[in-house]
Every structure is written in structure tokens, then in C-alpha cells.
Design a protein around this ligand. Structure first.
Ligand code: BG6
Length: 422
């Protein structure tokens, strides 16, 4: 047995963590395979003294840069590791609020009957960052927002929002339901890309008196780069639950606020109120907001009567604040995930099929953008909510939810809708 294993009483179990440049993954995995005394998965240096000893590996993102390279990496891993010992990380899955969404959906009877195409108009998923590309241009310029965030984190979040109730919370059940969602996404035809996807790049702007450089002025970024620092995508999931409900995904660097949120927009109530003149009034539809970060929490907008004579209708918000409620800080995502890997729990890790399904969804967009460099690449000023093209994308279903200051502790009051004689 290795000295280190004796010293730390690890019983011969070893966890590799590939947090290195993705170009090194393959050779590292092959070399791990080459030094195994007994060929084949699971064996390591203590295999004879402890036949149950396992070796596991955590693979960081990016997992491939397209479908082909992701499939290849999965094959390379499969030659050395049993799939039960491969942990493909997506740190968004480790976030408390994402795990809480599973509990929220499946431990409460209230929402599940409404969680479908009959009651939901559309779903928005946003992951906005205020930081720019910083010193990561070498990686980021060849990746872009669609690869860096949508292919991985945002599609994974969508899978959690849209999945069917699993048979259990075991890894195999959770992951197969999430995978089914990704596999049901309607394929995007190449000629539909300009209609369903938006790409943009931040430009120089002044924020709070300070000048923020545009993307092309950042260190290491080519002056003619057509890299997307903002991307938005309209997706349909062709299954019984979600047929016809659009999912709008968007992400960007150098945006107005750091914010990751799901917004479930319900359909309007069918009943029409009337004002004194007999005019029709439609109360605002219900809206459920899940703040993944920051201001972790959930809020539900509903309509209420303003106290007083006459009938005024106004939106109100039921609010759940994670910190206040549980008197605890959300646990660090990586701490959860690394501990899970040590314990061999894959529930918050992706399986190979999920990763490949997510690549299949974005490949037509990436192929189209690569074949049409710069076409439709809109500018957006640093510190804004992104380009006008993204507003156009969602327009038929209403605007993006762009909170200006703190996330929804109080919704802006809607103007009184109507007034009937008392
Ligand atoms: C990483 C991306 O996976 O996620 C980064 O490569 C991004 O570009 C980061 O900044 C965002 O993570 P978080 O947890 O800060 O939202």
C-alpha cells in the first residue's frame, strides 16, 4: 500500500481531481490507466490487499469543446474508470438553492399540479455576472458564453426545473430524469439559429464614474474577436409536460447585476374584471421567482385587493429568504460536491449522457455562429442587461425580469387596475 494511504488511513481509495487545462485531461487519464498494476477499471496500487479499494476521478468543466470531443473524452474515461467512479462536475448543481428547488418541487403538493404547459406561459433562466473576462481570455475567447455557461450550467438548471418527479433521490433516478429533459429538447435547425439564439459582446462604458473596458480591449483578446460574452437561447421541450412552453436562457459577462434566477411565469387567470366604464382589466399573472444567487430565496407574486373603498387590484409578493428562514449561510457548492465525490455519491454530478445531450442542443448554434463569424453579434454596453436583440427574443411573452437593485423583496406596485363604486 502507498505510504500516503497508510498515513491518512484512506484504505487504498484514491480520488483524482482534474482541475487543470482541459488539453491535459486525456494524457493524465491515460497515464493513470498505464500505471495500474491490474488493468481495467477500479484497480489501484492496494488492489491485492484491499480488493474493494477504488479509484475515482472528478473532471472539471469544460467537458469537451463540442459534441465530438465530449464523446471522445467519455470514451477515454471509460477505458480507465468504471462510470460509477467518474464525477463530471457542474458546480451549479452543488448550489444550495438548486438542491432546494428539488425539495421545493417534490416535497410540496401545491405547485406540482400547476408545473406544466396548462398553467405556465414561459420560463426564464438567467445567469448574469458583473465581472468581465478578466485574465481568462486565453480560454474564454475560444469558448464564449454559449459554451462556457449555457451548454453546462444553464441547461443543467433547466433540467432541474423541467424534470419529472424521480422514483427516488438516488443518483441513477435523478440523473435519468434530468437526462430525459435534455433529450426531449426540440433540435434547432441551422436556419432557425438567427431566430432562436442571440449573441452579443460588451463594449466600453462608464459605471459609477469608472471606465470599464470593452471586451476587445481586455488583455489577450484579439481586436476583431467575435466571441459571445452574452448569449440567449429560446428552447422548446417536446414532451407531454412542456409542449409549447418556451424556455428562455440567457447569460452574460459585465452585466448590470450578479444574478442567477429562474422565473416561472404563469398564464393569466381567465376571469376578466371590469372597470366602471365596463372596460376589461386583466390582473397580472402569477410569477414564481427562485433566486439561486445572491439573495437566495423564493418569491411568489399574486394579486390582492388594496384596502379601502372601491376595488383596486395590486400585485403583492410572498417572500422566502433563505438566510432569514434557516439562520444559516448557504453551504459552499464545491464543499458539498467534493464531499459527495469522496463518499461516492453521484447525485449532484452529471452522467455522460447528460453532457452529450447538452452538447447536442447547442451544436447547431455553435456551428452556425462559426460558419457566419460576427453575423448578428450585437454590442451591449458594460453594466447593462444585454442587447436589444435579447429583448426582441422574449418580447411575445413579456420582458425579461431585470431587477434593478435587490432581488424582489418587494415588487414594484402595479398601478391600480380599476375602481368600482363601493
Ligand atoms: C464557470 C465559468 O463555470 O462559472 C465562469 O467558466 C463563470 O466563466 C462561473 O464566471 C460562474 O460561477 P458562479 O458560481 O460565480 O455563478
Amino acid at each position: 500500500m502507498c505510504q500516503q494511504q497508510v498515513a491518512h488511513d484512506t484504505g487504498g481509495e484514491i480520488l483524482f481531481y482534474l482541475s487543470v487545462g482541459p488539453e491535459l485531461y486525456e494524457s493524465i487519464i491515460q497515464n493513470i490507466g498505464a500505471i495500474q498494476p491490474n488493468k481495467g477499471p477500479r484497480r489501484w496500487c492496494s488492489a491485492e490487499s484491499n480488493p474493494a479499494a477504488r479509484q475515482r476521478i472528478i473532471v472539471e468543466k469544460p467537458f469537451g469543446r463540442d459534441l465530438q470531443s465530449a464523446e471522445h473524452l467519455n470514451r477515454v474515461l471509460g477505458r480507465v474508470f468504471d462510470d460509477d467512479d467518474v464525477f463530471r462536475i457542474d458546480h451549479y448543481l452543488g448550489k444550495e438553492t438548486v438542491q432546494n428547488l428539488l425539495v421545493f418541487r417534490f416535497a410540496n403538493l401545491l405547485f406540482e399540479p400547476l408545473w406544466n404547459r396548462l398553467y405556465i406561459d414561459h420560463v426564464q433562466i438567467t445567469a448574469a455576472e458583473t465581472v468581465g473576462v478578466g485574465n481568462r481570455a486565453a480560454y474564454y475567447d475560444s469558448a464564449g458564453a454559449m459554451r462556457d455557461m449555457i451548454q453546462s450550467h444553464l441547461l443543467q438548471l433547466m433540467a432541474v426545473v423541467a424534470m419529472e418527479p424521480p422514483n427516488s433521490f438516488r443518483a441513477s433516478d435523478l440523473r435519468s430524469e434530468q437526462r430525459h429533459v435534455l433529450e426531449a429538447v426540440r433540435p434547432i435547425a441551422l436556419d432557425e439559429v438567427p431566430r432562436l439564439a442571440v449573441r452579443a459582446q460588451y463594449t466600453r462604458a462608464q459605471i459609477d464614474g469608472a471606465v470599464v473596458p470593452g471586451y476587445r480591449e481586455e488583455p489577450g483578446v484579439p481586436a476583431n474577436s467575435s466571441c459571445d460574452t452574452f448569449a440567449a437561447l429560446k428552447i422548446f421541450i417536446d414532451n407531454w409536460r412542456w409542449e409549447g412552453v418556451p424556455f428562455f436562457l440567457r447569460t452574460g459577462k459585465c452585466m448590470r447585476r450578479k444574478l442567477t434566477q429562474f422565473v416561472i411565469n404563469f398564464k393569466p387567470a381567465p376571469h376578466l374584471f371590469r372597470n366602471v366604464d365596463g372596460g376589461e382589466i386583466r390582473p397580472s399573472p402569477n410569477r414564481l421567482v427562485v433566486n439561486v444567487q445572491p439573495d437566495e430565496g423564493i418569491s411568489l407574486r399574486f394579486e390582492g385587493k388594496v384596502p379601502g373603498l372601491g376595488l383596486h387590484i395590486q400585485s403583492a409578493v410572498l417572500d422566502f429568504d433563505y438566510r432569514q428562514q434557516f439562520k444559516a449561510e448557504p453551504f459552499e457548492a464545491y464543499a458539498t460536491l467534493l464531499l459527495d465525490a469522496i463518499r461516492g455519491n453521484q447525485s449532484l454530478y452529471k452522467d455522460r449522457h447528460e453532457i452529450e445531450a447538452a452538447w447536442r442542443i447547442v451544436m447547431p448554434v455553435l456551428d452556425y455562429w462559426q460558419g457566419h463569424p460576427g453575423q448578428g453579434l450585437a454590442p451591449y454596453p458594460a453594466g447593462s442587461w444585454g442587447p436589444a436583440a435579447a429583448d426582441e427574443l422574449i418580447k411575445p411573452h413579456g420582458p425579461w425580469r431585470n431587477p434593478e437593485t435587490t432581488v424582489s423583496r418587494t415588487e414594484p406596485a402595479a398601478p391600480p387596475d380599476f375602481d368600482l363604486p363601493a
